[in-house]
Design a protein around this ligand. Sequence first.
Ligand SMILES: *[C@@H]1O[C@H](CO)[C@@H](O)[C@H](O)[C@H]1NC(C)=O
Ligand SMILES: *[C@@H]1O[C@H](CO)[C@@H](O)[C@H](O)[C@H]1NC(C)=O
Ligand SMILES: *[C@@H]1O[C@H](CO)[C@@H](O)[C@H](O)[C@H]1NC(C)=O
Ligand SMILES: *[C@@H]1O[C@H](CO)[C@@H](O)[C@H](O)[C@H]1NC(C)=O
Ligand SMILES: *[C@@H]1O[C@H](CO)[C@@H](O)[C@H](O)[C@H]1NC(C)=O
Length: 942
Amino acid sequence: MVQRRLFLLLFFCVAGSRIASADTNRQDVAALKSLMKKWKNVPPSWGKSDDPCSARWDGIRCDENSRVTELNLFGVNIEGTLSDDIGNLTALRTLDLSSNSGLGGTLTAAIGNLVQLTKLALIGCSFIGTLPSELGNLSQLEFFALNSNRFTGHIPPSLGKLSKVTWLDLADNKLNGPIPNSKDHGTGFDQLIMAQHFHLNQNMLQGSIPDYLFNSSMALKHILLDRNNFSGPIPASIGVLPKLEVLRLNDNAFTGSVPAINNLTKLHVLMLSNNKLSGLMPNLTGMVGLENVDLSNNSFEPSEAPSWFTKLDKLMTLKMQSVGLSGQLPQGLFSLRNLQYVALSDNQLNGTLDMGNISNDLYVDVRNNKIISLAVYSSLKGDLLELTGNPVCGDSLLSSMKPCTGHTIEPPPVPRFEVQCANPFLESIIFRAPSFGDVIKYLPDLHNNLSSKLNSCTPNQLGLGYSNNDAYLNVDIRACPVGKKRFNYSQVLNCFNLTLQTYKPPEIFGPYYVHAHPYPFHDKASRAVLIGVVTGSVLLVVGLALVGVYAVWQKKQAQKLGSINDPFASWGSMGEDIGEAPKIKSARCFTFEQLRLSTHDFREINAIGAGGYGTVYRGKLPDGQLIAIKRSKQGSMQGGLEFKTEIELLSRVHHKNLVGLVGFCFEKGERMLVYELISNGTLSEALYGIKGVQLDWSRRLKIALDSARGLAYLHDHANPPIIHRDVKSTNILLDEKMTAKVADFGLSLLVSDSEEGQLCTNVKGTLGYLDPEYYMTQQLTAKSDVYSFGVVLLELIVARPPIYKEKYIVREVKTALDMGDHMYYGLKDVMDPALQRTGNLIGFSRFLKLALQCVEEVGADRPSMNSIVREIELIMQDNGIKPGTMSASSSFSVDSRTTVKVAPNHPYSNPSTSSTTFGMNSRPFEYSGVFPSQGSLKNRST
Ligand SMILES: *[C@@H]1O[C@H](CO)[C@@H](O)[C@H](O)[C@H]1NC(C)=O
Ligand SMILES: *[C@@H]1O[C@H](CO)[C@@H](O)[C@H](O)[C@H]1NC(C)=O
Ligand SMILES: *[C@@H]1O[C@H](CO)[C@@H](O)[C@H](O)[C@H]1NC(C)=O
Ligand SMILES: *[C@@H]1O[C@H](CO)[C@@H](O)[C@H](O)[C@H]1NC(C)=O
Ligand SMILES: *[C@@H]1O[C@H](CO)[C@@H](O)[C@H](O)[C@H]1NC(C)=O
């Protein structure tokens, strides 16, 4: 009896499963299995049974008739092609295969069979070829997104038949030709009256846009046509779209004048920059919804600041660079209470810049105008105003202050949303038209909002980071599983699938799309991912950032950061690289090829220095900027860790007395750092090099002050503080205005100086400058830099290397010292004869005393860099020199070929015209002359 029951049970089970296997529609099963054969990395649940519906294959959903209605394999790293079989899933309503960057090939015409389809998303895959016109048969389609692939050819006019479509996104492909319209092409986009989104940005679309493409019965909210090749006038019919919120036409070749758009009162974002628009400045009166306006780089008729400047109450971002604005800016502009970012550089604005009482953190860039004075400067924090290139900067008081010196905008603290775990889910949300100018204000909101959305689906800890490129805002999200090792398929597919716009961010962020990074579902897959990273083959569609959570503050540098591709995708793939990828701020990533070209193939003649780490080359970027490239020797002591540290340090540090990092290159086993080229060589060369420069007393004081300011910045204002560790006169560079800049911080922290032999391996620095206390105790403090700086101050007096003919400068000076001698304090025989010749050295005794304090045996007895700065300022004042400016105009010979003219006090005059450096214009870029050295040269003092 028992046996019989068991048997029956068994029978039912078998029968049950047989029935179930027959359950899913056979045609659907066959189609799925056939698709599966061409795909790698399908979820393991696939194929375990023959019944996708009841056996719950991941990403499959069915209706009550056991037809497959949803196929959603978003971001699971499928590789392969989409075969004709897809056309047999005729009951499909949702098809989302987005964020599978290994899925590609041409898009099959069979997709046109899926006539039930309401949602089609193939975002961020690798599809190529033309769009099949059969797409036009998908008459139920509402959501249609093929963006971020590599589609080519024309947009098929048949898409005009998608009469229910509300979301249409073909952005970020290689499409060309016109936007189809029914009049010229039979069917076209003018018929898509339900559409709210035309996202066609970042293609190669061309031609002029006919007026009849738009009409007032359309529901359009977002029109993104930016970054194409459109020409001709902006169609006037755009002005009648009653619901329009975002209009991006920037970076095309539109001509003519801007039509009347004043009726677009719902418009938040208007971006017309980088076109060839002419005529009157657009009249935006009455467009009270505007939050972000960018009209830059067009050829409008010159005009004074328009009256709407003070009336658009919601304005957050206003960019009108190089548009012919003249006259005085109305103060009312700055009292708009939402204003965050104003860029009006390269215009003819004149008179007084009167910003009234601004309280918020307003960023104002009015470089290269004709502003002659500044009102209520004191109420401004000063950090966020850029005035360089205005006559007002000639004012001696202002000229050394932040607004006039450039390179000074400090990154505000980035909110920390970092989370760490072994298997985070990484995804980027790319916002295509945010309204704000200051993303940091809004990230916390986004974080809360997104976190609650995702957490309601699966528990996770969410990290956020962001980067800007000049067009879009990239927010990288990193979700860590809570209470488990990793997410499973259904969590990824159902919780992180933001593809279909199920998530609504705060409105101010504007339209977005998402792109997910392949997730390591199991250890095998994670190895596959790693291999993918190493070979770099399938990686990186636009917007994909491996170092998801690292924030990049790019407010100022936004325009410079071209690619979001992660330059450190291969970080850690080379054995010796340790730790996390660098947290880069405002450093530019160069390709090997760019740097190779800039140095003429690293020709010997362009080498300007060498050291243990490798060689320094001079180079020239296509935009004319001169750079110094520090190229590490293969297998040099500077490993990945050092390289990373230096980039991180340098890119955080901006000060006019520190040599700025322009960028870096981490490619083809090369590690290169790119600095601004400082044209006048090192201080040691100026003092006692082969082409010694006449440095008078005030000039030397200025150099001392400059370098002290640079070091004080490192010690007290850099975060974390930086101890230079290798302060010496060969690391102090002089630019064309003889401003001193300290070089080689960061590297000196780590580069091994073992080549110099005599040093204990742990103590780093250069003989002659080394703090004795540090040498004995190996305790490094900021006071060690002060000691080395004291040696430099003594060098300024004696104009000889610190160790010269077996004499040590510190001991020599101390020995000769005779305070009874009021002329030179006993140093007559030791000090630079040239200095003696220049006569009256006001403050010499104070200067000498300061230098000797700096080289006190005990660190605690030495002054801080800050008090050194103050003391030198006082000495300069005694000399009648305003610290921060050099009132004297002088010219001195550097070598027989090169004359450096120090311009009279006109910081706003263009440096490239105020000084002749090395005959740039007259000769091709292969300097044959003596070239100043740059960077950390081998210590020549021993
Ligand atoms: C798809 O349908 C066609 C026609 O109905 C059929 O010939 C083909 O075998 C089907 N493909 C699969 C994989 O079932
Ligand atoms: C703007 O709207 C007003 C009132 O509805 C209308 O009279 C005017 O013609 C419209 N302007 C444009 C350019 O469409
Ligand atoms: C701009 O438009 C408003 C309202 O349409 C009008 O009053 C004003 O005069 C116009 N301004 C200019 C400079 O044309
Ligand atoms: C400023 O520019 C306006 C318009 O170009 C001009 O009329 C005015 O005289 C200028 N003012 C000053 C102080 O230069
Ligand atoms: C995506 O997530 C939503 C919940 O946010 C869920 O309802 C949906 O079924 C998931 N899959 C697809 C394909 O949208």
